[in-house]
Design a protein around this ligand. Structure first.
Ligand code: FAD
Ligand code: SF4
Length: 469
């Protein structure tokens, strides 16, 4: 097939005015014809720079070559050699700063749409029922507890079950998937995709124990000493909300993004009254923050009927940390952006509900420790945004419950677990950790990468135990 050097294909998607009021997935995915056209743009470089931009080094040119040969399920399997969740990553990875930012075609034009192609072949494999369940290895007699069923815990479970270990996942919530289930909305990541991945693990023999908050129902020490687990992996994420700490923050209708999205996604408040979960439906909603969580919140508020849904972010547009595609989609859907703006206080009405937010305009000063230009308030520029609901999305901290009974696992000054970077073992023997609980809020692929490192180290440790015996 001759390389197609014309422009990158466009992903078909719901029109903005329609999708802004429903929870169905926004992009439809590539058709086979579009996938073949996009794959034909890849030059199959001898030294594929795209791979260096991928945190788990997916074999990108190799899987794209398989698409060119119309071997789509084989392409999905090629990706799975290093990335267990391609249907998820094809949808939520920030490709524009990872693989696609390194693609040679991006130097003079547009990079290959690697994320679109990843999604295409993973969806094909699942929808055609071609997902292969690996043959289990002979049982090793070793037992591993995985705490948390987010992308990092799922990766550890998937890697270890294949090697013959008995794996139990303990999940605090009533549904598995971590942020993929309770945080990222249906219109960006349909829950059936996450569930299909979990079902595959269960078919392979992974035991999933829901509603099991480790630190409350059992402690890590009890898992090891009483329940006979040989190793424990902690992948509990970083979902503890943080607030602005400014006057008026206790007013009614000021939510943390975490609570708001959990009600809407995990507890299906958008399907009320079919689902009994209540959630406030503001008419004029303000979301404070500029990351993926803020974009998910502001777009959820629109879909729940807001007349205006506004992002308030203290830096400039080019510094928004959210995926470029989410910002673009939010703009198309009519989300308003109040950039270089910082809240100062919340204003309440006679019923104790928020009715406005006083803000101050900011300008960019000298670079700070992160290398980004620091936003500095412009004195005298205060103004009021009227609103009846506020969602605070300025970052999260370590999930704390597990630590109430966890001795010997050292943490850094932010409360995240300290690990040996080569193995992801903590300072407690045979206890490993990875994902957001180690790095702070990061990305799905980083959490999965950490899980993979730990799974390899756990397997080696368990084999060594056998040799010692
Ligand atoms: P999590 O996904 O947080 O999973 C941790 C799990 O552990 C949870 O299910 C939790 O209930 C469980 N748990 C906690 N405590 C206990 C306990 N004591 N006992 C048992 N279980 C426990 N990243 C991207 O790459 N792209 C995106 O577009 C993107 N969008 C995002 C949108 C939102 C709204 C949010 C919140 C995050 C987003 N992220 C995105 C970040 C990404 O989802 C996280 O980095 C990733 O999910 C971290 O994975 P994890 O496995 O470490 O933890
Ligand atoms: Fe294909 Fe771009 Fe990777 Fe080269 S750098 S192999 S063109 S995706």
């Amino acid at each position: 097939m001759m390389p197609n050097l014309s422009g990158r294909v466009k992903m078909p998607e719901q029109p903005p005015e329609i999708r802004a009021r429903n929870f169905q997935e926004v992009p439809f995915g590539l058709t086979e014809e579009l996938a073949l056209r996009e794959a034909s743009r890849c030059l199959n470089c001898k030294n594929p720079l795209c791979r260096t931009g991928c945190p788990v080094a997916v074999k990108i040119p190799e899987f794209i070559q398989l698409i060119k040969q119309e071997r789509y399920a084989a392409a999905a399997r090629k990706i799975k050699e290093t990335n267990a969740l391609p249907a998820v990553c094809g949808r939520v990875c920030p490709q524009e700063v990872q693989c696609e930012s390194k693609c040679v075609l991006g130097i003079k034009g547009e990079p290959v749409a690697i994320g679109y192609l990843e999604r295409f072949c993973a969806d094909y494999e699942r929808e055609m029922g071609l997902t292969e369940i690996p043959e289990p290895a002979p049982p090793t007699g070793k037992k591993v507890a995985v705490i948390g069923s987010g992308p990092s815990g799922l990766t550890v479970a998937g890697d270890l079950i294949k090697l013959g270990h008995e794996v139990h996942i303990f999940e605090a919530l009533h549904k598995p998937g971590g942020v993929l289930t309770y945080g990222i909305p249906e219109f960006r990541l349909p829950k059936k995709i996450v569930q299909a991945e979990v079902d595959n693990l269960i078919k392979q023999g992974v035991r999933l124990e829901l509603d099991s908050v480790i630190g409350m129902v059992r402690t890590v020490d009890e898992l090891i000493e009483e329940d006979g687990f040989d190793a424990v992996y902690i992948g509990v994420g970083a979902g503890l909300p943080t607030f602005m700490n400014i006057p008026g923050e206790n007013l009614n209708n000021i939510y943390s993004a975490n609570e708001y999205l959990t009600r809407a996604n995990l507890m299906k408040a958008y399907m009320f009254p079919e689902y009994a979960t209540p959630v406030e439906r503001g008419k004029h909603v303000v979301v404070i923050g500029g990351g993926n969580v803020a974009m998910d919140s502001v777009r959820t508020a629109l879909r729940l009927g807001a007349e205006t849904s506004t992002i308030v972010y203290r830096r400039a547009r080019e510094q928004l940390p959210a995926r470029a595609e989410e910002v673009h989609h939010a703009e198309q859907e009519g989300v308003l952006f109040n950039l270089l703006t910082n809240p100062v206080r919340f204003i309440g009405d006679e019923n104790g509900c928020v009715k406005g937010m006083e803000c101050i305009k900011m300008e960019l000063g000298e670079p700070d420790s992160s290398g980004r230009r620091k936003p500095v308030p412009i004195s005298g520029s205060e103004f009021i945004i009227e609103c009846d609901m506020v969602i605070v999305s300025i970052g999260t901290g370590a999930n704390p419950v597990i630590f109430s009974s966890l001795e010997g696992v050292e943490r850094n000054r932010w409360g995240y677990i300290i690990v040996n970077e080569e193995t992801n073992e903590t300072t407690k023997r045979n206890v490993y950790a990875g994902g957001d609980i180690v790095t702070g809020s990061a990305t799905v692929i980083q959490a999965m990468g950490a899980g993979r490192i730990a799974a390899k180290a756990i397997h080696e440790k368990l084999q060594a135990m056998d040799r010692k015996k």
